[in-house]
Design a protein around this ligand. Structure first.
Ligand SMILES: Cc1cc2nc3c(=O)[nH]c(=O)nc-3n(C[C@H](O)[C@H](O)[C@H](O)COP(=O)(O)OP(=O)(O)OC[C@H]3O[C@@H](n4cnc5c(N)ncnc54)[C@H](O)[C@@H]3O)c2cc1C
Length: 399
């Protein structure tokens, strides 16, 4: 049975992240966004609160929170700014939870523990200049010689590319399968920034999530010890998709936070601004937009909570997580557009936060499965073209 009430622990977490966001980040976020500046000082504070290892068990350096708590953290952080939630998505979601499920004990000790403690920052490198939705199109290769792999390729549009210490990287290890576009030829590796032949750069032309870091990295014959292969050779695609189940969950909860931020800012403005002798909150067409934000908020929240419930129970949730991600990100775009509309010309200036919400929300309609890819997936589930097969590894259930 799904219990929609938060536990006392979850409520306290929600309150403390909300208070921290309002106190430590909200006052400076407009300046960071204007200056396109990622504030590294935020990371130790997030580590201190246990957010960077949120759902990693304490024996691996984490805070041992359940997956609904991971959703709460994501929602609260994105209420302040999308850039904060992105840190959780790539570091705690895509990377740490993948290592928890698929990593060897040695990999957990060497990488997961310092990452969950926030001593090292990690991200996820799948996308390349010529391949995003079409994962089979990646060109990065990892060729084995003795007990090492030599990795060559370029990853693009990577969150925290210029910030992270460790990278979960996907590459072809079987060149015949690469030619045949058979995903069982893709493998996953942990690559450290310090490995010879690795270099990264920040993307300067981005127009959203400006307080976040996004970039690219190149690997030129990077020598990777065989111990850094995650899972078995050929399991990389499965790991990449498994990781997306975790990342998409945080994106869904984050978009829910952004919708709430749009709703709250719009309601406050509508109660202040007057036209035709009355507050704009009195106009039915403005009310309609605010009502839409409320229904989008409540529906999005229920969808990520359902996915979180399934994760806590140790049940497969690819379908439910995908639906939550798709619905809430598309809804956030709608709500951010309406929030700007309610603010009139003021919404078109960055004196008010809604312009930032409008720019920030679009990314999530593109990353971790575009709107179109999610539509196709959901239709395929309904039509019976797609069923989720059991994978070798799943997240541990949390009682
Ligand atoms: C801010 C930001 C952060 C990101 N962070 C990361 C990260 O940390 N790690 C990472 O690996 N990647 C990251 N990405 C990349 C992101 O995951 C990709 O951009 C995404 O998967 C889409 O790929 P693409 O941009 O190559 O678009 P394409 O795949 O080229 O798609 C272009 C358009 O065609 C549509 N399309 C494609 N195929 C189909 C189809 N079969 N049917 C219908 N329509 C289709 C798409 O929906 C889209 O509208 C990030 C992107 C952004 C914007």
């Amino acid at each position: 049975m799904i219990d929609l009430d938060l536990t006392e622990e979850q409520r306290l977490l929600e309150q403390s992240v909300r208070e921290w966001g309002a106190r430590a980040v909200a006052p400076k976020i407009r300046e960071l966004d204007r200056e396109h500046r990622f504030d590294r000082n935020i990371l130790p504070q997030m580590a201190e609160m246990g957010l960077l290892g949120c759902s990693v068990p304490p024996e691996y350096g984490g805070a041992g929170m359940d997956y609904i708590s991971l959703g709460i953290v994501s929602e609260e952080l994105e209420y302040v700014d999308t850039s904060l939630r992105v840190i959780i998505s790539v570091h705690a979601g895509l990377n740490c939870l993948s290592l928890l499920a698929w990593g060897t004990e040695d990999q957990k000790q060497r990488y997961l523990v310092p990452q969950a403690q926030g001593k090292k920052i990690a991200t996820y490198g799948l996308t390349e200049p010529a391949a995003g939705s079409d994962v089979r199109g990646i060109q990065t290769v990892a060729l084995k010689k003795g007990d090492r792999y030599f990795v060559t390729g370029e990853k693009m549009w990577i969150s925290l590319a210029d910030v992270a210490d460790n990278f979960l990287v996907f590459a072809w290890t079987d060149l015949d399968k690469k030619r045949q576009r058979d995903t069982s030829g893709i493998s996953a590796f942990i690559i450290e920034r310090g490995f010879k032949g690795f270099s990264s750069a920040t993307l300067k032309e981005k127009w959203g999530i400006l307080a976040g870091n996004t970039g690219s990295f190149k690997m030129e014959d990077v020598e990777v010890p065989a111990e850094n292969l995650v899972g078995k050779e050929g399991e990389g695609f499965k790991i990449a998709m498994f990781a997306l189940d975790q990342g998409r969950y945080t994106v869904a909860a984050g978009a829910t936070g952004l919708i709430r931020a749009c709703r709250d800012a719009s309601a406050a403005y509508a109660l202040e601004r007057k036209t035709f002798g009355q507050r704009i909150a009195e106009h039915q067409l403005v009310k309609e937009m605010i009502a839409g934000m409320e229904s989008d908020y409540q529906a999005s929240r229920l969808l990520w909570l359902r996915a979180g419930f399934l994760k806590n129970a140790g049940r497969r949730n690819t379908r439910e997580t995908g639906l939550a991600k798709w619905f809430s990100t598309v809804a956030s775009e709608r709500c951010a557009g309406d929030a700007v509309q309610i603010h009139g010309a003021n919404g078109y200036s960055d004196e008010y936060p809604v312009g930032r919400f409008y720019r920030n929300c679009k990314g999530a309609v593109i990353y971790e499965g575009t709107r179109e890819i999610h539509k196709l997936m959901q239709a395929d589930y309904v039509l019976g073209f797609r069923q989720d097969k059991a994978t070798r590894c799943e997240l541990p259930a949390i009682k």
